[in-house]
Design a binder for this molecule. Sequence first.
Ligand SMILES: Nc1ncnc2c1ncn2[C@@H]1O[C@H](COP(=O)(O)OP(=O)(O)OP(=O)(O)O)[C@@H](O)[C@H]1O
Length: 328
Amino acid sequence: MATVALRKVSKVYEQDRAAPAGGRAAALDDVTLDIAEGEICVLMGLSGCGKSTLLRLLNGLVTPTDGQVLVDGDDLGTLSHRRLQQLRRGTMAMVFQSFALFPHRTVIDNAAFGLEIAGVAKPERLRRSGAVLEQVGLGGHGAQYPHQLSGGMRQRVGLARALAVNPSLLLMDEAFSALDPLTRRGMQDLLLSLQKEQRRTIVFVSHDIDEALHLGDRIAMLHDGRLLQHGAPRAFLTQPAHDHVRAFFQGVDPARHLRAADLIDPVAPPSDATTAGVAADTTLGDLLSRLGQLTAPLTVRDASGVALGAITAASALRVLTRARGSHA
Ligand SMILES: Nc1ncnc2c1ncn2[C@@H]1O[C@H](COP(=O)(O)OP(=O)(O)OP(=O)(O)O)[C@@H](O)[C@H]1O
């Protein structure tokens, strides 16, 4: 697994490609960010806020104008070309929105591409790419060509190609954005189940709030190159750090996304260990009718039954009022 850190990173493009009349683009502005081992960090923000630039800084395709980018503690700016290549080929892999498959290669040869570049011998690369094709549900499709596959299956090949090199850092650039909603959800769930088997550090660029809330252990939200908020996904609803965050999350339904754990009263007395209570991951939607009849604090328990705290009418109202701001 890999750790990632940005220390006061800025990136200026002297000629903004989105401004034909000229002008600089401050794509990233003094960004400090830590991504822990085994975490899925979703980078969010409006078009042009700097998400892709940040992702490309991590694999050294873009170099910062200022600051440091560290992968596993190594400052990419100080590494030799050779060491950077090793990191790119051995530690990292990227999955693209456009799939980026080779049309004239079979599925298994596409999946094996990264291993080929890394100089792995053919029998070994076929064995490893066959195994990851099984993992992504494409066992038996190895001899087909990309044009014979649906969009969802093609992106499974893209994912298999990335996983075949067994990267500890997976960079995913709008990887599921070209897929229809149902296929997209299927790919998100596949990624989460693969993550349970083998935790990798994943940096996932997305425009989609539902995707971010579903996938992210943490979300980092950028605006005009600045990091506005970085933290647990539901905190973007309960504690938006900036008006832009509030505006971005406007329209998200708190009943679907907030959980009993988010409504706990920080100053409520310790809960009575004998009351049944509710599970911490109960959605607000499922809790609403009980909240309407709340006469005593409602104990919230984790999966093993331990009381985490209690919801009171005041705490529920406080959180809902804050979250309503993002749903108004
Ligand atoms: N290679 C480049 N050369 C010049 N300007 C660039 C380059 N890459 C990005 N920019 C500019 O930097 C800013 C940030 O772009 P970036 O692509 O990182 O944002 P983004 O959030 O990924 O956007 P999108 O969601 O549209 O891909 C924009 O103003 C963009 O036009």
